[in-house]
Design a protein around this ligand. Structure first.
Ligand code: ADP
Ligand code: MG
Length: 566
């Protein structure tokens, strides 16, 4: 291919069928074609793949793409091949024979783009190939995997740089991620030894996403979901749960209600899992219930809603998972169902995290960071101000106006005067000598009968039971507001405790007004509605004229059910 005459825009049109570049794409492509290293931080769905695929076709040699997941490589190679681009992947899904065949094709220049798992770079056969083949660029996709502060740390990503150092002819390095935090960004540039990289960061605002948080108990969550799916019967959606068990339970429930549903978690057999994923991607199932194992690299453009059944462990996770909605740019909803128990579940999951390959101090640091992230995630669930701004500020974008287009901006609030309650909170923290966390403070003030409170002597405090007329949620809202105002300090770390902050304003009798979501009508799903939902679902499917008829998908579900449970 004569690289001097063909432009990136022509490549875009000819191979990918798009008319124009999106924000950031052209700048990255030009950087690479100028021979300079690049680091692109762009939100999920922004179109990072094209940023390295387009220049790969214009560079003289091969582009190696380091990618963390087999399924991701397979999808990308498949769509490249369909676009008429010669690409291949080399990973453990191939036999040794297939790998040497692929490598010998590659050595003859058959492929322009080759996807590899990071572990592959450490093998002798791959290195031998790389030393004797002109490699123009090494691209690191999902580059946050290199950082211990990122959510998917992958130790073998640290070895990429050793591999690159051995290559003759200094290939260009480019790295891509959707994780925008300062630490992760710096880690990527430093560990990959990027040389004077052009760092391109595009906006994190996904304008077509409508964010919303609902405070609900476990049972209410189930009803909410049933109602929501019923009123969005033809729309594709993802429901994320914190645990595999949650996934299984909710899946069974929805199946019984006649919802066209599939599920995905790492505890499932690989083949069934792949099949479930495809059922969702190819619209044979309306909804997928999944753990966070689902989604990296999945490119399904028409996801209309992403519901989180539990609070995720960090805003990075939330942004990434919620960001799988509305990739086609059409309006989509991201709803987080929050209950105070979610915080406990998350803390438990944090504690049980496996830090293989890290020494003790590193592990402690990571735990500390994780706990901090969890606090900020909880902040998102508790805030009564603009949710979109909260997200943007988290990722370092400054915002001023509320968006007027999120659940909180549309929500009506009641304001309750909690000035006296605030004083009791301070009293309680003082009586506890700043040694305990939020749950025990709240339990004490509510006069809870938990054994733990007796054990620590809280039942004999002055403040014990003083706020028994309040609800747990009200006290959470109050304390989270007091933390924001600096009256209370929540320490970092795994066992975060509450301490008294600067209370001089409080002593001057400044009123504490807490915003509380207006009481909602009792959420319940009536029998009549259930029946009409079932009916409407079948009607919709039958009149759609597509090959995915209701009987297809329900027998598919029935088949799957028997696979898994009999
Ligand atoms: P990311 O890796 O940033 O999450 P992808 O590279 O998977 O995103 O791209 C997301 C979707 O956007 C894909 O379907 C891709 O084909 C599409 N896309 C990318 N660039 C453009 C463009 N310039 N015009 C239209 N669609 C695009
Ligand atoms: Mg990607």
């Amino acid at each position: 291919m004569g690289s001097s005459t063909i432009t990136p825009l022509q490549i875009l049109k000819t191979y990918f069928g798009y008319d124009s570049f999106r924000e950031g794409q052209e700048e990255i492509i030009d950087t690479i074609l100028d021979g300079r290293d690049a680091l692109a931080i762009m939100p999920t769905g922004a179109g990072k793949s094209l940023c390295y695929q387009v220049p790969a076709l214009l560079l003289p040699g091969i582009t190696l793409v380091v990618s963390p997941l087999i399924s991701l490589m397979q999808d990308q190679v498949k769509s490249l091949n369909e676009a008429g681009i010669h690409a291949a992947y080399i990973n453990s899904s191939l036999t040794e024979g297939q790998i040497s065949k692929a490598l010998s094709f590659a050595a003859r220049g058959v492929y322009k783009i080759i996807y590899v798992a990071p572990e592959r770079l450490e093998t002798a056969s791959f290195l031998a190939f790389a030393l004797h083949t002109p490699i123009s660029m090494v691209t690191v996709d999902e580059a946050h995997c290199i950082s211990q502060w990122g959510q998917d740390f992958r130790p073998s990503y640290l070895k990429i740089v050793d591999f690159v150092r051995q290559l003759p002819g200094h290939p260009i390095l480019s790295a891509f991620t959707a994780t925008a935090t300062e630490v992760v960004k710096n880690d990527i540039a430093r560990i990959l030894e990027l040389k004077n990289p052009n760092i391109v960061i595009t906006g994190f605002d996904r304008k077509n996403l409508y964010y919303r948080v609902e405070h609900l108990t476990g049972k209410q969550k189930d009803t909410f979901i049933a109602n929501y799916i019923a009123s969005h019967a033809n729309e594709s959606g993802i429901i994320y749960c914190a645990t595999r068990k949650n996934v299984d339970t909710l899946y069974e429930q929805l199946l019984k209600q006649g919802v066209s549903v599939t599920r995905y978690h790492a505890g499932m057999n690989t083949e069934i899992r792949k099949e479930s994923q495809d059922d969702f991607i190819y619209d044979r199932a309306q909804v997928v219930i999944a753990t966070n194992a689902f989604g990296m690299g999945i490119d399904k453009s028409n996801v209309r809603f992403v519901i989180h059944y539990n609070m995720p462990q960090s805003m990075e996770n939330y942004y990434q998972e919620a960001g799988r909605a509305g990739r086609d740019g059409e309006p989509a909803e991201c709803i987080l169902l929050f209950s105070p128990q979610d915080v406990m579940i998350s803390k438990m999951l944090l504690g049980s995290k496996d830090f293989e390959g890290m020494d003790f101090t590193e592990t402690e640091q990571v735990r500390h960071q994780d706990a901090r992230r969890l606090q900020l995630m909880e902040g998102y669930c508790m805030t009564t101000s603009c949710l979109r701004n909260y997200i943007l500020e988290y990722f370092g974008e400054t915002t001023d106006q509320p968006c007027d287009n999120c659940g909180n901006c549309h929500q009506e609030f009641d304001e309750i005067d909690m000035t006296q309650d605030a004083k009791w909170v301070i009293g309680c923290i003082t009586e506890m000598h700043g040694r305990y966390g939020q749950a025990l403070v709240i339990g004490t003030l509510l006069g809870s009968k938990k054994a733990r409170l007796r054990d620590i002597g809280a039942t004999s405090y002055n403040c014990y039971g003083q706020l028994q007329n309040r609800t747990e949620n009200e006290l959470r809202l109050l304390i989270s507001q007091m933390i924001r105002q600096g009256y209370v300090i929540q320490t970092d770390g795994e066992y975060s405790v509450l301490k008294v902050g600067n209370i001089s304003e409080l002593q001057k009798n400044t009123r504490i007004l807490v915003k509380k979501f207006k009481e909602k009508e009792k959420i319940s799903i009536s029998k009549k509605r259930k029946a009409s939902y079932k009916k409407s679902y079948f009607e919709n499917e039958n009149t759609s004229g597509s090959s995915n008829t209701a009987s297809d998908s329900s027998s598919l579900n029935a088949a799957k059910k028997s696979d898994l449970f009999e």
